[in-house]
Ligand binder design. Structure first.
Ligand code: 3PG
Length: 404
């Protein structure tokens, strides 16, 4: 992967595509890790004498200026993280962007307004890509988490500027390669979430790659029902039953062991946490719903963890946000964290909700790698090529601005 090590940035204007699309609720930023994780790249470029121009999208304004989706509030978070003033341009290819960039000195940094205020961004319009490219000399993609989008600032621009991977991009790609492309075996993947339909491609790809596939959440319920086990009033996707059977069949052929719960924690509704109950699979009442794994299932998974060398995780195993239904996820996560600390396994997790759950259980910090990506992490696990990453690997990519 061509990286910052392969280019001299001194005195150059470097466009850095970051993903500053932070989770936000009622105007409050819930998690600033995406901002913090781009700091090493920006700081290194500044230290090496580049003028740094940060590009990002925020939310889905669909090509229109939506004032609530301005990137301006990120300026303060960024300057705190960088311990340096960050300038802001009110547009991304207009007058404000041009004048802000022209007045940047080496070692200074600015952020441009939300790229998705321009329709050309999501359309991967080449005119828009070219306009963006005219703002700098070199392009660096440090937004792995948006690299599943073939958008102008992610893919299109690489046709106009010499393009390289930033440090975060490099880290993400290396960690993912280590987890599925050149892994130490056996591999155990944990996939949970409410619906099979959103993770179908992922499940199909993983059964051919991993040794154990642990399922949780609504996905596990549907697989249990497909095996003929009544799951009471639990969340299931009835229309997915034949597909679940196909995946079981495929797993058998490929030598992948599907690991389903052998006991569960049930309640009538998850708000009725007080009246929850641990139960075997044969005793789920018709009005009960499964909200977590039971202790024997946790033990079973922990025993498997002792045998494996690599763990890939996406999706909390139970209704994590409602204690005590976080117990199963926390129990397993603590064990993965312990084994990682002891150097026995390589562990990687991704997806906003998953990483938040692991962090709130205190185990996230001990994982070998936490991806900043949601959708891009899933697409990688699905075995898809991410256009933003592929563009950097492309041998025919341009390496000097003059070539264009
Ligand atoms: C993400 O949060 O996964 C990325 O920022 C991509 O956002 P998008 O799904 O709106 O393209």
């Amino acid at each position: 992967l061509p990286t910052i090590d392969h280019v001299d940035v001194q005195g150059k204007t470097v466009l850095v595509r970051a993903d500053l699309n932070v989770p936000i609720k009622e105007g409050k930023i819930l998690d600033t890790s995406r901002v913090e994780r781009v700091v090493p790249t920006v700081a290194e470029l500044m230290r090496k004498g580049a003028s740094v121009v940060l590009l990002s999208h925020f939310g889905r304004p669909e090509g229109k200026v939506v004032p609530s989706l301005t990137l301006r509030p990120i300026v303060q978070v960024l300057s705190q993280a960088l311990k340096q003033e960050v300038f802001f341009a009110n547009d991304c290819i207009g007058e404000s962007a041009r004048t802000t960039i022209t007045s940047l000195k080496p070692g200074e940094v600015c952020l441009l307004e939300n790229l998705r205020f321009e329709a050309g961004e999501e359309k991967n319009d080449s005119l828009f890509s070219e306009k963006l490219s005219r703002l700098g000399d070199i392009y660096i993609n440090d937004g792995f988490s948006v690299s599943h989008r073939a958008h102008a600032s992610v893919e299109g621009i690489t046709h106009f500027l010499p393009s390289y991977a930033g440090r975060l991009m490099q880290e993400e790609v290396e960690a993912l390669q280590q987890s599925l492309e050149h892994p130490q075996r056996p591999i155990l993947a944990c996939v949970a979430g409410s619906k099979i339909s959103t993770k179908l491609e992922l499940l199909k790809n993983l059964v051919s790659k991993v040794d154990y596939l642990v399922l949780g959440g609504g996905i596990a319920n549907t697989f249990l029902l497909a095996r003929g086990i009544p799951v009471g009033a639990s969340l299931v996707e009835k229309e997915m039953l034949p597909l679940a059977q196909n995946i079981e069949e495929e797993a058998r052929k490929k030598g992948c062991t599907l690991v389903l719960p052998i006991d569960v924690v049930v309640a009538m509704e998850h708000e009725d946490a007080l009246f929850h109950q641990e139960t075997g699979l044969n005793d789920i009442q018709t009005n009960q719903k499964i909200f977590d794994l039971g202790p024997s299932s946790c033990q079973l998974i922990k025993n498997l963890l002792k045998e494996v060398k690599t763990v890939v995780w996406n999706g909390p195993l139970g209704v994590f946000e409602q204690p005590p239904f976080d117990t199963g996820t926390t129990d397993i996560a603590m064990e993965v964290a312990r084994l990682t600390r002891e150097g026995k396994i390589f562990s990687i997790a991704g997806g906003g909700e998953t990483v938040a759950a692991l962090n709130s259980s205190g185990s996230g910090k001990d994982f070998s790698y936490l991806s900043t990506a949601g959708g891009a992490f899933l697409e990688w696990l699905e075995g898809k090529t991410l256009p933003g990453v592929a563009a950097l690997f492309d041998a025919s990519r341009i390496t000097s601005k003059e070539e264009n």
